[in-house]
Unconditional design. Structure first.
Length: 459
């Protein structure tokens, strides 16, 4: 109903998982990278937990798309499977032909033979179990036994459990001790904090084809963050209702008025106040989740850094190498480069060579002094000022995309209300020209969802 009103090509806030709308901010992208590494380089069971509506199923769907082509995926979405049913479901996914009413021992033997056959072909088998917290105890025990299937040197399948926090309670029971000890990696999907909510809302709008200025006012974003408690499903529901309310009001700006109407219309908002004026607080549970997620991922992220420093996400626990400068003016702050010493190997320290961030900041400052307001550029990445290592890592990776180095620029601005970096590319007469360039980007860069922006939005 409101698509034409906002210039959208599709609904931006559907609650069904759509992998084109996967939000890599708020450490989601880092968790995905760590999951991919754990699955393809490790042999233990992996567990991913999070509150209802935190994005577990979306993460699972994106993971299925990103796994290498030599991985055979078995996706089990039904948590009520019995001990025997789960074996039949796996056999069916692996296209095993079995006689009807085959005994479990026969089924396991056939499954083992098929796994050996696939292993001999250089293939890995990954079983993704959704809603694992709701599985019967005997089915979870069968999952543990499946993890025992191995060749003389390697495990024959990899297991990934997705579940709500109750899964941790289940695994904490004495009868689940053996299964819990097989879990080598734990990931916790944390709720989004207010700044993440603002970035999430803008990302989903851009992914749906929106090309105008941000429609969600700061107060509207604050209300959505508070009422949703940072859960993406609730954010989607509130944002969708807010867009509908704005359409009904014949406005293109979503303010507190539209969000309050959306909150009143949402069933989960019975105890939510709609006159919020204070920052969103996610409470002790969220703080605990943040600590758990950081601790679980640190080992894998270190391994990622050893494999390819240009692709590894930067752990949030690492402090910036230098304090972020305070810039009171809302104007572009590209003239104030920040040292990125922690992100640079010793051979390229700031004392000998400028970091990529410093070089592109200088280029951005010069370009912005001359660029006309009606020109367009491509936004490649936006990041908070304390994510310096992430910016440096991304900037260093850009030459591999065969981009013109002279067209890569970085700005540092507080227009959004806080200091943020932006990595941008090109200088175009129109959005159409910029879109044409985006279509020529390599696949990995297109997954970052770059989008055209006019220069006037930076001033």
């Amino acid at each position: 109903m409101y698509l034409d009103h906002f210039g959208l090509s599709e609904p931006p806030f559907r609650i069904t998982p759509h992998t084109d709308f996967f939000f890599s901010g708020a450490k989601r992208g880092a968790t995905l990278d760590a999951l991919l590494y754990a699955i393809t380089h490790d042999e233990g069971i992996v567990k991913v937990s999070g509150e209802v509506g935190s994005g577990k199923t979306m993460l699972c769907r994106v993971l299925m798309e990103r796994l290498p082509s030599n991985v055979s995926i078995v996706y089990l979405a039904n948590p009520s499977l019995s001990r025997d049913d789960i074996l039949y479901a796996i056999a069916d996914e692996l296209q095993l032909r079995l006689p009807e009413q085959a005994r479990p021992s026969t089924l396991i033997r056939a499954l083992y033979d098929q796994l050996i056959n696939l292993y001999g072909q250089g293939r890995r088998v990954v079983i993704l179990i959704d809603e694992a917290h709701a599985m019967p105890s005997e089915t979870l025990e069968e999952v543990r036994l499946l993890s025992n299937l191995e060749s003389s040197r390697h495990k024959l399948l990899q297991l990934v459990l997705f579940g709500q926090p109750e899964l941790n309670d289940v695994l904490g029971r004495p009868d689940m001790r053996q299964l819990k000890e097989r879990i080598t990696h734990n990931f916790q999907l944390e709720p989004l904090v207010r700044d993440d909510v603002a970035e999430y809302l803008e990302f989903r709008m851009r992914a749906a084809g929106y090309r105008g200025p941000n429609v969600f006012s700061p107060q509207a974003t604050r209300l959505i963050a508070e009422a949703s408690e940072g859960l993406t499903r609730r954010i989607n529901i509130l944002a969708d209702k807010s867009l509908l309310a704005a359409f009904s009001d014949a406005t293109h700006q979503i303010t507190a008025k539209q969000v309050r109407a959306a909150i009143r219309d949402s069933e989960f908002s019975a105890n939510v106040k709609t006159n919020i004026t204070h920052p969103v607080h996610l409470g002790a549970v969220t703080k605990s989740a943040l600590l758990m997620a950081g601790g679980a991922a640190i080992g894998i992220l270190a391994a990622l850094l050893l494999l390819d420093p240009t692709q590894a996400p930067s752990p949030a626990a690492h402090p910036a190498a230098a304090p972020t400068p305070t810039i009171s003016s809302p104007a572009i702050a590209a003239a104030a480069p920040i040292p990125i010493a922690s992100a640079i190997p010793p051979a390229a320290s700031p004392t000998t060579t400028k970091s990529a961030t410093d070089r592109y900041l200088e280029a951005g400052r010069v370009w912005l002094e001359q660029a006309d307001d009606e020109r367009w550029f491509i936004q490649l990445l936006a990041a908070d000022a304390d994510e310096q290592s992430r910016v440096e890592s991304f900037a260093r990776k850009l030459p591999s995309a065969q981009l013109d180095d002279a067209k890569i620029k970085i700005y540092l601005s507080d227009l959004s209300g806080k200091m943020r970096y932006g990595i941008i590319y090109g200088d175009y007469q129109s959005a159409t020209e910029a879109k044409a360039q985006i279509r020529r980007f390599p696949a990995w860069l297109q997954t970052q969802r770059p989008f055209p922006r006019p220069v006037r939005q930076l001033r």
